[in-house]
Design a protein around this ligand. Structure first.
Ligand code: ADP
Ligand code: NI
Length: 212
């Protein structure tokens, strides 16, 4: 078994019972998309593949106790005798991947840019819509409350503490992602997915207002 096969088995176990939009298929889509982007960008494929497969195993919300030191990521890589320099490169990619409002980081490596773009692409479009409502339901959030305005320009701390409706999440994160893509490949895909989300939300509002 290659290290990639082992990593796939590992994430299948970790995300077995997730219903919050973070099931293993999210990780597998990010892995596949990141690999495609990495080929076009001539990035280091093995680093991109390992970082994308492991990018959520120590996620702050999903694994708060291992988040700070990336215990699971490091343990997995060490048990496969991965060089310390490579482990550090993978940890940096994971550190730089997350959306954090105004404080979002542009990854310092091309490999990090590929993984960040792939993770963000999975948050938008048809699948992004499904994941957002799955997340909202699993966190007891309302679908939509017309009197609550989306909060703009949040910094990392404000964004992490903010509680809102799932429709507001489109304005607070999902519609911002198109212009935050790093690679041309991801920008092109993002434009299509963004248009689809906008048409979905206008249909949503028309139904809400009894216009169709
Ligand atoms: P990732 O880094 O994998 O995108 P997140 O934890 O930021 O992970 O989000 C997981 C999924 O849940 C994404 O599709 C995201 O858009 C969605 N999500 C995150 N926060 C909210 C929220 N407040 N309301 C609705 N969906 C959310
Ligand atoms: Ni993710």
């Amino acid at each position: 078994m290659s290290i990639i096969d082992d990593a796939i088995d590992y994430v299948k176990k970790i995300f077995e019972n997730d219903y919050s939009g973070h099931d293993v298929f999210h990780t597998l889509r990010v892995y596949k998309t990141a690999t495609n982007i990495a080929c076009k960008e001539k990035a280091d494929i093995l680093i991109v593949q390992l970082a994308s497969l492991l990018h959520d195993v120590d996620d702050k919300k999903l694994s708060p106790l291992t988040y700070e030191h990336k215990d699971k990521t490091i343990k997995f890589l060490e048990s496969h005798k991965v060089d310390e320099i490579i482990i550090n490169r993978i940890c940096t990619i994971i550190d730089e991947v997350s959306f954090a409002g105004k404080d979002t980081i542009v990854p310092s490596s091309i490999e990090g840019k590929c993984v960040q773009d792939a993770d963000r692409l999975d948050a938008i479009g048809a699948i992004g819509i499904a994941r957002a409502f799955a997340y909202g339901g699993s966190h007891n959030r309302e679908i939509y409350l017309p009197d609550i305005e989306p909060k703009k320009d949040m910094n990392k701390e404000e964004y992490s503490k903010h509680i809102s409706t799932t429709v507001n999440h489109f304005y607070e994160k999902l519609f911002l992602l198109k212009d935050m893509m790093n690679t041309q490949t991801a920008k092109t895909i993002a434009e299509h997915r963004d248009r689809y989300m906008k048409s979905y939300l206008s249909e949503f509002m028309a139904e809400w207002n009894g216009e169709c």
